[in-house]
Design a protein around this ligand. Structure first.
Ligand code: SAM
Length: 268
């Protein structure tokens, strides 16, 4: 069942935990369900555990790998797929994804992400929501719980709100540490993010919304009145039918948008 990667020592600084459980790999591929007409982008292909299965099913695949040593290994390994497989030695956090959108097909993004950069990377990718059909990621279990959490739940916060502003979020399944080599200290999970074709709720200014949400969650245990006091008065919150004594984790996306739109109106 388990194949140890040979010829490359896993690098901690690149968050390298290579998938080695074929059962899990197949389950992930079934969840992604790549199709010959799809254009996929794999972030952090590593030694190609998912890459091979994707190449067997998908049309085009662009892979973005930061570790220079892995790039020639991938090119050699997948030489037979050269016509529809490109490896970019690049940082996925700085990559311009629009440069890959050379046709009408929205991108399908996949990746067993390096956990140290996963939330920042997701924020970065959300800004490309119009170019993306869907995203399937392996993440630390807690990050998936934060992405999927609803108002009032323990893990609800900035990541849940901004991800759900742009995407439908599905927590698909858990992956145990033993599925990787080296074995990580944390549990993992697979999440699917599907950008809304039309946003269900639209903020006048998304940067303003981001800033309100960030400020509101500065101190989770404090009330909105306290966290937002530099931005909006308790009276103004009441006029928006929002209780200033409430904790930020109880506010829905629509309520945050109401605050953000009110502030835009004030700035006019
Ligand atoms: N996909 C492989 C697998 O499932 O076995 C490897 C997954 S490993 C958790 C994360 C991969 O992301 C590594 O190959 C690592 O070198 C790469 N990586 C780390 N930081 C990156 C970055 N900023 N941009 C692109 N790739 C990165």
């Amino acid at each position: 069942m388990s194949k140890k990667p040979v010829g490359h020592k896993a690098r901690k600084r690149f968050g390298q935990n290579f998938l080695q459980d074929q059962g899990i790999i197949h389950r992930i591929i079934r969840a992604i369900s790549p199709h010959p007409t799809d254009h996929l982008v794999e972030i952090g292909p590593g030694l190609g555990a998912l890459t091979e299965e994707i190449l067997n099913a998908a049309g085009d695949l662009d892979a973005i790998e930061l570790d220079r040593d892995l790039v020639p290994i991938l090119r050699t390994k997948f030489f037979n797929y050269a016509e529809h497989f490109r490896v970019h030695q690049a940082d996925a956090m700085k990559f311009d994804y629009t440069s890959l959108c050379d046709d009408q097909r929205p991108l399908r993004i996949v990746g067993n992400l390096p956990y140290n950069i996963s939330t920042q990377l997701i924020f970065h990718l959300l800004s490309y929501n119009k170019q993306i059909a869907d995203m399937h990621f392996m993440l630390q279990k807690e990050v998936v719980e934060r992405l999927a959490a609803k108002a009032g739940e323990k893990h609800y916060g900035r990541l849940s709100l901004m991800a759900q502003y742009y995407c439908q979020v599905e927590n698909l399944f858990l992956v145990p540490p033993e599925a990787f080599n080296p074995v990580p200290k944390v549990d993992s999970a697979i999440v699917r993010l599907t950008p809304h074709k039309q946003l269900p709720f639209v903020a006048r200014d998304v940067d303003q919304l981001q800033s309100v949400v960030k400020t509101a969650f500065n101190q989770r245990r404090k009330t909105l009145r306290n966290n937002l006091k530099e931005l909006i008065s308790a009276e103004a919150l009441e006029s928006l039918e929002i209780n200033p004594g409430e904790r930020p984790e109880r506010l829905t996306l629509q309520e945050f948008i109401r605050i953000s739109d009110f502030l835009c109106e004030q700035e006019k």
